[in-house]
Ligand binder design. Structure first.
Ligand SMILES: Cc1cc2nc3c(=O)[nH]c(=O)nc-3n(C[C@H](O)[C@H](O)[C@H](O)COP(=O)(O)O)c2cc1C
Length: 246
């Protein structure tokens, strides 16, 4: 008589009756290859499915605004968070998240500490790339371009729009430098709060950048990984757009 213990029994049920995930994958792979048992219809997203995503003749910044507005409705927080890549002198890239805080006709804006690692790299090369990713929308936007510091008036205006604590934080943080311990940071916060009990001026080492893209790519998730991609490239002052394979 064969005695089957509970573990073996459950394993048998899982792999033979419910269909183990790996077994399922193999089966699907075989079906696709031979096309015998199941006929797969691979759905390709077209312009009809995503009417707003027809970028011909559009200004890509308008599309960025539209997607950002949608993201603001669906993301759990920080829809304006964007990965920012810079390159060091030795050619190594580095990437971190910043918040996009506005734009003008030709550039997107963000703010940071001018003595930080990123600033050294941005000022050093004058080049950067960005990547927005909105999980809730399954969309991505990539930007590549030149980068420069924002004018003082724009940085001042943004700095003064921030809550008091963030303004003092900008004074207190020697961003990207080694920090002995958190108490040191707390002491600096206290010290700058004492110096500026109200209306702190913008620190000379803190301000904005504008990234002026010459390339903007919009990506939207499609079924079977058959995503849709459009790349805008600025040529002679005008945006040209092409569709790319996923
Ligand atoms: C959601 C999010 C938003 C952030 N926003 C900013 C920002 O707007 N500016 C900034 O300097 N750092 C921001 N940071 C922190 C940066 O990712 C990074 O840690 C910091 O700027 C130091 O980077 P660096 O050493 O490469 O210069 C943010 C981080 C996260 C996760």
């Amino acid at each position: 008589m064969i005695i089957i213990n509970q573990t073996v029994f459950l394993w048998f049920i899982k792999t033979n009756i419910c269909g183990h995930p790996v077994a399922k994958m193999r089966k699907r792979h075989l079906d696709l290859g031979k096309g015998r048992r199941k006929h797969y219809v691979i759905k390709i997203t077209t312009e009809k499915d995503i009417p707003m995503f027809d970028p011909r003749g559009d200004n890509p910044f308008d599309l960025l605004d539209a997607w950002m507005a949608e993201a603001a409705e669906h993301e759990i927080n920080d829809p304006n968070a964007v990965a920012l890549a810079s390159v060091a002198e030795d050619g190594f890239p580095s990437v971190r998240v910043v918040l996009m805080k506005g734009r003008d006709d030709n550039a997107v804006h963000f703010y940071t500490n001018y003595t930080s690692r990123k600033s050294g790299e941005l000022d050093g090369t004058g080049k950067a790339a960005m990547c927005f990713h909105w999980k809730s929308l399954r969309r991505q936007i990539r930007l590549v371009g030149r980068v420069e510091r924002l004018d003082e008036a724009t940085s001042d205006a943004y700095y003064h729009s921030r809550p008091y604590g963030s303004r003092i934080g900008a004074w207190a943080s020697d961003q990207s430098s080694p920090l002995e311990d958190r108490q040191t940071l707390a002491d600096r916060v206290q010290s700058f709060s004492d110096t500026y009990p109200e209306n702190p001026p913008r620190p000379p080492y803190w301000g904005g950048y504008r990234l002026i893209p010459h390339e903007m790519e919009f990506w939207i998730d499609g079924e079977s990984r058959l995503h849709d991609r459009f790349r805008f490239t600025k040529e002679g002052g005008n945006w040209q757009v092409i569709r790319l394979y996923p």
